[in-house]
Design a protein around this ligand. Structure first.
Ligand code: PRP
Ligand code: URA
Length: 210
């Protein structure tokens, strides 16, 4: 495994992941779990945010405090399934701007095909957080990062719920500067490039299209 992947091992996340993976979990529950896990992951993803000193008045006295410096984040969910993570992250980072990248993985070649891209105009002044629940072969993540890098953001992090070792290697080899955050690292990919044991098709489970 590479140094730039952070795998969560928190009891709350492990508990929620177990329900998320369960094939009897409904779309409604699945969406709620993706939202909750994404919000919990923000605690670690934002650990290195720069702060600046400020002064405020409490009802009792003057006090020094710290606020987050700079423009902050641009969130870029990869359509469709990345949308499921957006509200959870926005609940913790409400001032973030959002961009969208639409990618569809071919069922034959497993290569991503791009169908949409709209990014915030000031993305070059922001740290970007790419959201996608599944990092399987890594093709979609690499394609999204390449698209975003053309706009020269300050930094890029990639946040997923389940990763395969193949996906982490692919993204790290292509973009070693992109830190990867995964709620879980699974075993391998099957012959259809699905993550095993995984959770199935994340987009279908979020949008109820399975
Ligand atoms: C899924 C998933 C990732 C991609 C991962 O999306 O949400 O974007 O596959 O696979 P990879 O690492 O092998 O590229 P999919 O293309 O199925 O589209 P969807 O979100 O619209 O269902
Ligand atoms: N996309 C998914 O939604 N699930 C996988 O296991 C692999 C790619």
């Amino acid at each position: 495994m590479t140094d730039n992947a952070f795998i969560f091992n928190h009891p709350l996340i492990r508990h929620k992941l177990t329900h998320l993976r369960d094939k009897s979990t409904s779309s409604k529950e699945f969406r709620a779990l993706v939202t909750e896990i994404s919000a919990l992951m923000c605690y670690e993803v934002t650990r290195d945010l720069p702060l600046e000193e400020t002064e405020i008045e409490t009802p009792v006295a003057a006090a020094k405090g710290s606020i987050i410096a700079g423009r902050g984040f641009a969130l870029v969910p990869i359509l469709r399934a990345g949308l499921g993570m957006l509200n959870g992250v926005l609940s913790i980072i409400p001032s973030a701007k959002t961009g969208l990248i639409g990618l569809q993985r071919s069922e034959e070649t497993f290569e991503p095909e791009s169908y949409y891209c709209k990014l915030p105009p000031d993305i070059s002044e922001r740290d970007v957080l790419v959201l996608d629940p599944m990092l399987a072969t890594g093709g979609s993540a690499v394609c999204a990062v390449e698209t975003i890098k053309r706009h020269r953001p300050k930094s890029i992090k990639f946040m997923c719920i389940i990763a395969a070792p193949e996906g982490i290697k692919c993204l790290s080899d292509a973009h070693g500067d992109v830190k990867i955050y995964c709620a879980a690292l699974d075993d391998h990919l099957n012959e259809k490039a699905y993550i095993v044991p995984g959770l199935g098709d994340a987009g279908d489970r979020i949008f109820g299209t399975d």
